[in-house]
Structures are given as structure tokens and as C-alpha cells.
Design a binder for this molecule. Structure first.
Ligand code: BGC
Length: 341
């Protein structure tokens, strides 16, 4: 049975809630598997939102947390590019924490699980030494700051480690986890394989056997020729267009990849979060809908949680400018919840 984890689950008004959530200390540790069961269906938010530069320019507003909840989601993954806000001593400003506290509190008020994801993967793909000191400084400060937060707040050490950091990744995530454990002995922490959290790199991931509060994340964008067609940040796919998805062979390839992850998960007794997936807007909508639904169902069938990439900016499931869901994509993700109009 999943424990009702804190004051959040009780009958408390949202106003009162936002004052108390970060101080809630009484919840029992949640097993990694129970946490994944509660995360269930999630969405990536605010990574590229101007709110980080200027809260007054926020696209994602507090009310969007309720929209996320009412749309059928139970978790949010907050992508944080925090390095750029650190001073020369790698300290994060109080204003940055205030912004993040606001987001975390609003998410918790909607009973959403909140993943705090350090997303400076580009900075870490070249300058590993610089990345490493900033990443450790990030986790020293963030872990301390949220040490009394409810169990629904989960940490993710680093999004998509790649290139220069690949070979050092086991060492880097172990150091970060040790820092986190000093202040958060039982909080669930998300760690993924190197090479962009690639499903094929799980066997290279080394984990501390006795730490059972770890959730494993993978990202899935295969085949890239479909999901990234027309995407200018991936030059090899930028000029592609019109590629479709949905043949029996396409479904079989997806199943094969996910079966491989599932075999690893069973062997290592670790629960899985599919932390990103989706297909860029330049692909044909009909295929994007099929793909999005197929990946979400393939994850659910195996008992994984998932987080769609992403709410706003690109691959969008919500159109902030029109203030409405991109309903074909939302319905592909959440087929069993109609929107009330
Ligand atoms: C990156 C995004 C990118 C997405 C798909 C994410 O991890 O942060 O910038 O759009 O992957 O390529």
C-alpha cells in the first residue's frame, strides 16, 4: 500500500498549503517503486521559459499547474539550467531559489510529484572539470534547501550526460549522490545512463547496490529520423521532412528497445522513469499522435512512469499563446480522460 505521504493529501486549502509545503517533514520515506507508481504520467516544464531571467516575463504561470493536473498528469519534471545563475563561487542566488520554491509549492498544491532536474547537459558535454564543480555545488545547495520538503519532491542528478562526460559518468553521479545523501538519506534520486540517457547504455551504469532509493531514467526519441525531422539543433535531421511512423516494424522496434530496458530493470530490481520522449512539430501530426500514444502505452504496460517532452516551447502539448491543449497530443498521452468544456 502506498502511504498517504503528508499534509498535502489532506484537506487543506491551497493558500494555506503554499505556506507549509516546503516545511513538511513528517512523511514516511517512499520506496522508489511507489514513487514511480505515483509519478505515473508527467510532463516536462519551464526549461526554456524566460521566467528564469525575469519572473515578470513568465510564460508558465502558477495556474498552469492546475491545467496540468486537470489535463490528467500526475507529475512535472522541472528542467533547470542553473549553472548560468551561479556566481564565481558557484553560489545560487536567493532569487533563483525563490522562483524554484514558488514552482515547487504550486506543483505540490496540485498534488503533483515534482522532479528537480539539473539540465546543464550541454555545459557538461565538453568542460567536465567545470561542470563537475558546478554540479556538486548545485547539489550541495539544492539538497540542503529541500532536505525537509515532502517526499513528492524528487531529485534528478543530470539530464542526458553525453560526449566528454560519458566515461566519467559513474564517478560523477556517485559523487553527487553522496552529497545528496548527507542531507536527504531517503529521498528518491533519479539517475540515467550516459550517452543521452540512452536505452542501450544501461549496462554501463554502475549504482550503489545498497541504495534502494534510486529511480532509473531513460529517454526515447528513436527513430531520430522521425522524431527530430526538421529540428535545427540536430543538423543531421534538420533537412528531413515527411517521414512517417506506425508500421508493424516500427511498433516492433519500440517493443524490442523497451523489452531490453525491462530486462535490465528486472535484473537490477530498479524502477524506471521514461523521462523524455516525443516527436517534434515538423513531422506529420497523424504519425506524431501514433508515436506519442505508442511510446506512452509501451511504458505504462511495463509499469514505468513517463514524462512527455514538453509542455511549452517545442514538441508542445499545451499552447500557452492560445491557452488550450494541443488536444491530439494530450489525448495520445492521456486517452482515458476527456477534457470538460
Ligand atoms: C533538450 C531539448 C531538446 C530535447 C529533444 C532535451 O533534453 O533539453 O533542448 O529539444 O531534448 O531533442
Amino acid at each position: 500500500m502506498i502511504e498517504v505521504d503528508n499534509v498535502l493529501e489532506r484537506d487543506v486549502t491551497p493558500q494555506l498549503l503554499s505556506a507549509v509545503t516546503l516545511a513538511a517533514t513528517t512523511d514516511k520515506p517512499l520506496s522508489a517503486a511507489d514513487q514511480v507508481a505515483r509519478m505515473r504520467r508527467g510532463v516536462n516544464i519551464v526549461g526554456y521559459d524566460p521566467l528564469w531571467q525575469d519572473p515578470a516575463k513568465a510564460r508558465f504561470k502558477p495556474r498552469h499547474f492546475q491545467i496540468v493536473h486537470d489535463g490528467g498528469f500526475s507529475s512535472v519534471r522541472i528542467a533547470l539550467m542553473a549553472f548560468r545563475f551561479m556566481n564565481e563561487k558557484n553560489e545560487l542566488p536567493a532569487g533563483w531559489f525563490a522562483t524554484l520554491d514558488g514552482l515547487v509549492n504550486e506543483a505540490l498544491a496540485q498534488k503533483l510529484t515534482v522532479i528537480i532536474d539539473e539540465h546543464d547537459y550541454n555545459a557538461c558535454s565538453g568542460d567536465v572539470v567545470g561542470c563537475r564543480s558546478r554540479l556538486m555545488a548545485f547539489w550541495r545547495q539544492v539538497a540542503e534547501h529541500y532536505k525537509d520538503a515532502p517526499g513528492k519532491v524528487v531529485f534528478e542528478i543530470l539530464n542526458e550526460p553525453n560526449e566528454a562526460i560519458n566515461d566519467l559518468w559513474n564517478d560523477v553521479h556517485a559523487e553527487a549522490l553522496a552529497i545528496i545523501r548527507r542531507t536527504n538519506p531517503t529521498r528518491n534520486v533519479i539517475i540515467g545512463p550516459a550517452f543521452w540517457n540512452n536505452v542501450g547504455w544501461l549496462d554501463k551504469l554502475a549504482l550503489p547496490k545498497n541504495d534502494r532509493h534510486i529511480i532509473i531514467t531513460v529517454h526515447y526519441y528513436l527513430p531520430m529520423t522521425f522524431t527530430h525531422q526538421g529540428a535545427n539543433w540536430t543538423p543531421e535531421y534538420a533537412n528531413l521532412s515527411g517521414n512517417t511512423w506506425g508500421t508493424p516494424a516500427d511498433y516492433a522496434a519500440l517493443d524490442k528497445d523497451f523489452d531490453g530496458v525491462q530486462a535490465w530493470a528486472k535484473k537490477n530490481d530498479r524502477p524506471i522513469l521514461l523521462g523524455e520522449f516525443g516527436a517534434y512539430e515538423m513531422g506529420p501530426l497523424g504519425s506524431r499522435v501514433k508515436y506519442t500514444a505508442a511510446v506512452a502505452r509501451a511504458a505504462e504496460k511495463r509499469g514505468w512512469a513517463w514524462a512527455y517532452w514538453q509542455f511549452d516551447q517545442d514538441f508542445i502539448v499545451y499552447d500557452i499563446d492560445k491557452d488550450q491543449w494541443v488536444e491530439p497530443i494530450r489525448r495520445a498521452l492521456i486517452p482515458d480522460r476527456e477534457l470538460l468544456s
